[in-house]
Every structure is written in C-alpha cells, then in structure tokens.
Design a protein around this ligand. Structure first.
Ligand code: NAP
Ligand code: ZN
Ligand code: ZN
Length: 355
C-alpha cells in the first residue's frame, strides 16, 4: 500500500487536520501521481460542512489536482514517469451507459466515482480521498495531459481549470456562446472569474453581476465589458432584457427572479452553484412571458476537459490564484464564506510534505 499524508475533516463542525491513509497499489491501467498543487473549490467546503447531507467522514477534499507521474501500471500507454498531469472531479464511471459512450461521464447513469467521497471500488467500506494529499492513484482514462504550452511556473494557476474551468467552459460551449452573444455571469468567485475569461476568449460580450462593490474594478480587468452591482436595484434596472445567456455561479441561496429580467426572449439561465439551502421559488411568469429557460450543468466529460485545457493553453488562460500552505486551509474556507477570494485558493502541496 502507498502511505499518503493528507488533510481531512473528521466531522462537519471541526477543522481539517493532518490524516494518514493508504492509496491502492497500481493496477494495470493506474497512474501514480505525486501531487504538486490542488485548487480549493467551494464544493470542497460544501462537502466538509455536509451542506449536501451526503458526506462520509473522514473526508479528504480536493478535485483540482496538478501533479507529476511517479509510476504506471503494466498496461498504461498514454503516460510515463515525469509527465505533468491533472485530475479533476471524476476518477471513474461505468464506461458503458449512453452518457459514458458519448464522453459525458459526468452524467453517467450507473456509477460515477467522484475524486472524493464516493464509494472506493478498490476498498471495502471506504470512500475515495481527494487532492489535499501528497499522492493519488488514478486510472489513466481519467487522467489528463497538461498541454506543453503551459510553463512550469504556471502549474499552480492551471489547477483550477479542471473544475472551475470546465464547469464554466462546458455550458458556454453547450449554449453556443461566441461572437454576437451577450452573456451574463453571476458571482465573481472561482467559477465566475474563469467564466469571464473563457466567454471573452470565445468572443462574447460579457456582463458581470456581483454583490461586491470591491470587485467591480477586477471584473473589468478580467475582461467583463460591463459590471453591474446586483444588490443595487437602480443599476439592475439599467440593463434589463439584454442577455442571451446567463451563467449563475453563486454558491448561496438567492432570488433568481431578478436575473430572468435580464434575459432576452428565449434566453437561458444556467445554474452551476449548488447551495446548501433551496433558492426562493421563481415566478413562472418570467419563463412564460418571454419563453425563457432555467437549466443546470455539471462539470464536463474527460474529452471535453482535455479540449478545454488545450483551449486555455492556446489563449494563455490560467486562474488568478492565491497560493497557500496546507495549514491555512481552514482560514481559506472562512474567507470563501465571506466571498473574499481573489479568485481561487490553491494549496502548495509541498507544504504538506514538510509537515
Ligand atoms: P466561490 O469562489 O466561493 O464564489 C462564489 C461567489 O458567489 C462569491 O464570490 C460571490 O460573488 C457570490 N456569492 C456568494 N454568496 C452570495 C450571496 N449570498 N448572494 C449573492 N452572491 C453570493 O465559489 P465557487 O468555487 O466559484 O463555486 C460556486 C458554486 O458552484 C458552489 O456552490 C460550488 O459547489 C458549485 N460548483 C458546481 C459545479 C458544477 O458542476 N455544477 C462545479 C464546481 C462548483 P460576488 O462577490 O461577486 O457576489
Ligand atoms: Zn469543484
Ligand atoms: Zn456510465
């Protein structure tokens, strides 16, 4: 067994603490990865605090992983020792259902295995443990190549691409966002800031809706053509009915009605935030009188995630990050709850090895 040091939460009310566990021995198609960096997603916080009422403790979060291959199983062809690779939110799926066959493993109809907190098929009575740890063993089919264009000094800043990046890239592609479309992005956090960069690179006109006055300047710097303070009714009234598509990344329960008013006829608002508490009910009149739609979207499949990485390399898109040592994770969660992230925390996993 491969002894691994990680950080885990033992309950929903206690901080994350050092935790030692084993990774499985390599199977034929496994890749052993020494983790260098791991992004901190708001989903990690939802999981640790049991917001979705599904957490099994101990939980080792982390699904924005960059690392270096240290070993490969006997039949691995696509990777070799020394390769720089990434692992996102999924580490396996049934591979046979209609969704899996179409490269949409995230919608697997049978048994998708999340990077953490999913039943671990290789151990009895254990869940998968994520990237807040020194190493991970993952099937090569769920391991991603880091495009050569990215430089070594960019590795920490690309970690968030495999969750925050793909979760915003996938719906932007699905709804054909590009030149000639006007897109609203709601919430400027990890997902929101990636959404602005990606939608701009796709050629769209972007309007950011934020509740934070101090993020207005940053929103423009990130590429938004317009920034609207969503808690100011006066500002919200100015831009009504102007968006073809809205991507709502907010992590908390909030009034969705105000955003429907910003859609054009036949427009869609896609939710990606998964708050602990339900949103207040929507006014159906908004859907009926403008034939607008409310939708959702879940990360992206492996093929599309690789495509997104190539797109980001081509457009030199990385995340704006604050690199933290492992022991600052509990403080980072508190800041995330206050919307005080600019714009993604990334853990320097080397700091864990020194613990
Ligand atoms: P984050 O970095 O914490 O950003 C969330 C942003 O939402 C905040 O920065 C803030 O932006 C806004 N916000 C927070 N509380 C608010 C409130 N009460 N009212 C209005 N706006 C508020 O979180 P993230 O990592 O981007 O994740 C966002 C959500 O997406 C989480 O729920 C996460 O679990 C979910 N997620 C879903 C998927 C998927 O596949 N669907 C994948 C990854 C994450 P402003 O300061 O600009 O208002
Ligand atoms: Zn995530
Ligand atoms: Zn499947």
């Amino acid at each position: 067994m491969l002894k691994t040091l990680g950080y885990a939460a033992m309950s929903s009310t206690t901080p994350l603490v050092p935790f030692t566990f084993d990774r499985r021995q390599l199977r034929d198609h496994d890749v052993q990865i020494e983790i260098l960096y791991c992004g901190v997603c708001h989903s990690d916080l939802h999981g640790v605090r049991n917001d979705w009422k599904k957490t099994i403790y101990p939980i080792v979060p982390g699904h924005e992983i960059v690392g270096e291959v240290r070993g490969t199983g006997a039949k691995v062809k696509a990777f070799q020792s020394g390769d720089v690779v990434m692992v996102g939110c999924l580490v396996d799926s049934c591979r046979t259902c209609a969704s899996c066959k179409q490269g949409l493993e995230q919608y697997c109809e049978k048994e998708k295995i999340w990077t953490y907190n999913s039943p671990e098929p290789h151990y009895k009575d254990r869940v998968t443990y994520g990237g807040y740890s020194t190493q991970i063993v993952v099937d090569e089919n769920f391991t991603l190549h880091v495009p050569k264009k990215f430089k070594k000094e960019q590795l920490a800043a690309i970690a968030p691409l495999v969750c925050a990046g793909i979760t915003t890239y996938s719906p932007l592609r699905h709804w054909n966002i590009g030149k000639g479309t006007r897109v609203g992005i709601v919430g400027l956090g990890g997902l929101g800031h990636m959404a602005i960069k990606l939608a701009c690179a796709m050629g769209a006109e972007v309007v950011l809706f934020t509740t934070s006055q101090d993020k207005v300047k940053d929103g423009k710097k990130l590429g938004a053509h317009q920034v609207v303070l969503s808690n100011s009714p006066e500002e919200m009234n100015k831009v009504k009915g102007s968006c073809d598509f809205i991507l709502n990344t907010v992590a908390a329960s909030h009034n969705l009605d105000v955003y429907f008013e910003h859609l054009k006829r036949d427009g869609t608002m896609c939710l990606v935030g998964i708050p602990a508490d339900p949103h207040p009910p929507i006014t159906v009149g908004h859907l009926i009188f403008s034939r607008t739609k409310l939708a959702g979207s879940l990360i992206g499949g492996i093929k599309e995630t690789q495509e997104m990485l190539e797109f980001c390399a081509q457009h030199n898109i990385t995340a704006d990050i604050e690199l933290i040592p492992m022991e600052k994770i509990n403080e980072a969660y508190e800041r995330m709850l206050r919307s005080d992230v600019k714009y993604r925390f990334v853990i320097d996993v080397g700091s864990l090895r020194d613990c």
